[in-house]
Design a protein around this ligand. Sequence first.
Ligand code: GTQ
Length: 340
Amino acid sequence: MTDARRAYYDRIAAHGLTPLWEVLGALVPPAPRSPVQPAIWRYAELREQVMEAGRLITAEEAERRVLILENPGLRGQSAITQSLYAGLQLILPGEVAPAHRHTQSALRLVLDGEGAYTAVDGERTTMRRGDFIITPAWTFHDHGNDGDQPVVWLDGLDIPTVRFLDAGFAEKAAAHQQAVTRPEGDALARYGTNLLPMDYQPAPTDPTRVFVYPHAKTRASLQAIAAGGSPDPHLAHKLRYVNPATGASPMPTIAAFTQAIPAGFETRSLRATDGSIHVCLEGGGEAEIAGQTFRFAENDVFVVPSWHPLQLRADRDTMLFSFSDRPIQQALGLWREERL
Ligand code: GTQ
C-alpha cells in the first residue's frame, strides 16, 4: 500500500470512514467463505463432562445447566454456526429448571436417560430418547425430572440470529413450575393427527402447537419408507419436520430433518448454504465434510458449515436428526443447494 493511501485512510478514519475497495472481496465473496469449521463432538467424551457439571452446580442455580457446543472457528461466541447455538442440557432426578420465556426459539433432541419432562404453555411432555421437542419463541417452558436417571438432551436455539438482530427479550415466570392446565398429549391430539380445531387459522409463519414429535412415530415413518427401497442418491431417505397446519418448518427460524441411511449406503456429495447440525440417533458411519472425514456413532453431534460438500456413509442402518437455519434463508430468497 502506498504511503499516500495509508495516510489518507488514517485521515478519513477520524471521520468514521473506511475504504470499501480494501474489503470488497471479503464483503461480497463469489461464494460463501464461512469461518465455521467442520467439527464433531463425541458423546462418549461429552457425557462425563456433562455429568461433572451435575456435581458442581444445580439446575436451579444454573437456571439451565448446559454445556455449549462451541464451533472451533467461533470460540467465545456461544455458537455452533453463525446463526445457531447448540448445547447439552442435564437434569438430575428431582431437579427443576425454572419456567421462563424468551424471544429465542428452541428445540430439544432427547439423547440419554428417561423420566424427565418439558412443559410448554401448561402442558407437559415426557421426554423419550429421540423425541424432537420445540419451545417456540415467547412460550413459557420449564423442565423437570420425576424419574430416577440423569437425563441429557441437545438444545438447539437461534440465539446467534436473535443476537445479530438485537431482538432478545426474556423473563422469568412468577412460579418455578408452570401449572399444568392441559393433559399430556392434548396438543398432539388437537394439532398433530391430521385434524385441527374448528376456529384455528394460523398465520403462515406461526410456530406449530404440536410441541413434541415422538421418536417412535418418526422412526416408523422412516422404516416404512426405507422398506420400499430406492433411496435418493443424495439424501437416502430424508424427511423434514413440519408444522402440520401450514406445511412450513415447525418454528420460523429453524428447520429440522430426519434421515435414514441403509447399511452400506453412501450418499453423493451435496452442499447447501444452510450450515447444519447433525445428531446420530442410531447406527454409525462416516461424514465426509469438504474432504475431512469424521467417524460418528450414536449421540455424536457434527456440524457441516455453509457450502461445504457433505457425503454420508452408513456402516449399519443409520438414523440422523439434523437442523439448520434454512427457513430464514428461504424467506429471504438466499437458500441455495447443489447436488454434485
Ligand atoms: O432450556 O430454556 O441451552 O433458555 C439455552 C437457553 C436452553 C432453555 C439453552 C435456554 C434454554
